[in-house]
Design a protein around this ligand. Sequence first.
Ligand code: T1G
Length: 655
Amino acid sequence: MKVDIEKFGRIAVITIDRPPVNALSQALRKLIEARLDEAAGDDAVKGAVLACAGRTFVAGADIEELGEVRPPTLHAVIDKLEALGKPSVAALHGTALGGGLELALGCTFRVASRDARLGLPEVKLGLLPGAGGTVRTTYLIGAEATLKLAGSGNMMGAETAQGIGLVDAVFDNDLVANAIRFLSDRIDADDIPPPVSRRREAMPACDPQALDKLTAELCRTARSSAPELAAQSVRNALTLSFEDAMAEERRLFETATQCDRFGALRHLFFAERAAAKPSGDVAEAEPRAVQTVAVIGAGTMGSGIAMAFANSGFDVIVRETDEAALTRGMERIADTYDRSVKRGSLSAEEAGKRKARIAGTVAIADLASVDLIIEAAFEDMAVKKTIFAELDAVARQGAILATNTSYLDVNEIALSTTRPSDVLGLHFFSPANVMTLLEIVRGAETAPEVMATALKLARRLGKQPVVVGVCHGFVGNRMLQARNAALSQLLLEGARPDQIDAAFRAFGWPMGPCQMQDLAGLDIGWRNRKALGETDALPDRLCELGRFGQKADKGWYLYEDSRKPQPDPEVDAIIAEIAEKSGIARRVVTDAEIIERTHGPMIEEGRRILDEGIAARSSDIDVVWAHGYGFPRDLGGPMYWDDHLRESAQEKKKV
Ligand code: T1G
């Protein structure tokens, strides 16, 4: 870690260098302060450029240190920058995020490389900008634009930032040299505006109602009230003096760092990065090159997987057993892209490019040269083993053979080939072109370089990988079974489907388990139980009656003309009948009991998974549930919740 200063004529260039992302730790802040003092004290210096070495400008405060006040604070560093007494320009490349953008707002000017991205992602940690991001930004680009940035946490491109006045110039290359020239020209032209903190009078006008509407929209999208914090502080910037608005922002920030939500989201931040990092023999292994991908089966999962790869620039070939099935699959893919174009979330040109990357065939011989083959056929062991034996005979040496099974034994599938070291599980979640989770299932013989290839693939696909071992249902579905097993018992004892779902939503889930089962189809679990010779009286009965869920217009709920679930007295009658037959007395079941008796077994199953080494870390389990099953991110995942929040939640309930 270092911060250099070098003079180019009358311009001092201060270069921050703390790999990998120049995160602003206490030690780094001290070094920056020292260089600013040098620049301030050198009369020959008429201006300063603030730049970063490495792949990115400052990507924020050091998240590890957040919550502790360690001087010099970022405030103090930015105040020193504003008080330099000489104009300055921040040269932004890579990502200028959070405290990094706030630091840049301490400069007189900001210039950026054309591919740079800027953002205030603190809301994704349950926070708000804490060093002027809601105040100075409002002065420069206005309240609504600032709230969009700080309330969504999404990044914006350099050109967009220039368009709204957040950046003063964009360059295609030689960023630092252009920054020096930009500043020199401004000095020569004596065109030096006041520090941003003194530009309150010039801030763009704002429509308070629009701000309220935007805040509500941001909270709805985030499924969290975190954007409210940024909204409150942006409103302060409109109404209070700079000093008072900054003090309020600081107070809100410090309060937020003491909240459970911050702890949970910070846990997930580092958990996601740890899960994606190759370790042990995989870290040493060289990934294989993958550009051509084949998908076996063009059903719901197969077509979603094909689109996920095409969306990330891979060449894809989909193989079906007959022309009719292939046509249905290719039409499903084309329809999905056309709907995105209609919705305006994809340009027709880009949709065309992606469709063009997906070919179809019924001839298995057409897969002979591809780099990776993913089987997404019917969830039946015999079917999968037949397919893998066929692939083993056709695929080139060095090709990777993956199965998208959601439950089945990857080792058994691998042994139906002569190359089990090239076989692994790539378990996508439906819809595969949308859901971010990818369970990478390492078989007993899977080679380290095959695992390394899968982790690298996940990054290119924009997926969140989690490496898991072989067991029935891996991590996610195995715990889901434990959670859902309690459902039937709760219903037989007196709970109702809508009550259970309401309790889950109150807990923070986007949707309750009964509605989720209706969406996914109750027949999936039914077929799985039958394959295992298991039963679950209640959902089995619903399936025997054809109540497979939304696709049958009835499941746990009735779906008449809308997709809106309606409680169905017929289901209540079925539950009461089976309860009586099973000799179960019905009683009042509380919401707390529903949460306890569904999440408890799920977490215990998670502990068993850890004991068996199916998951390497409990934080991996949290990442699986946050990315694959919608577990509330504000609670950090089931294992984190159990370790850190469950008790305090129960205590709070008792009060
Ligand atoms: N602090 C500490 N470590 C960080 C970090 C940060 N801000 N950002 C990244 N890392 C580590 C990360 O853990 C990983 O470590 C390595 O850098 C590479 O990251 C006062 C309070 C910048 C877009 O929220 O979004 O400023 O695993 O794998 O995919 O208002 O990292 O290698 O040991 O993610 O290329 C606001 C967080 C902080 C941005 C790069 N900033 N970072 O993505 O690499 S709060 C953020 C990111 C704040 C102020 C407030 C991404 C990235 P390791 P990576 P990447």
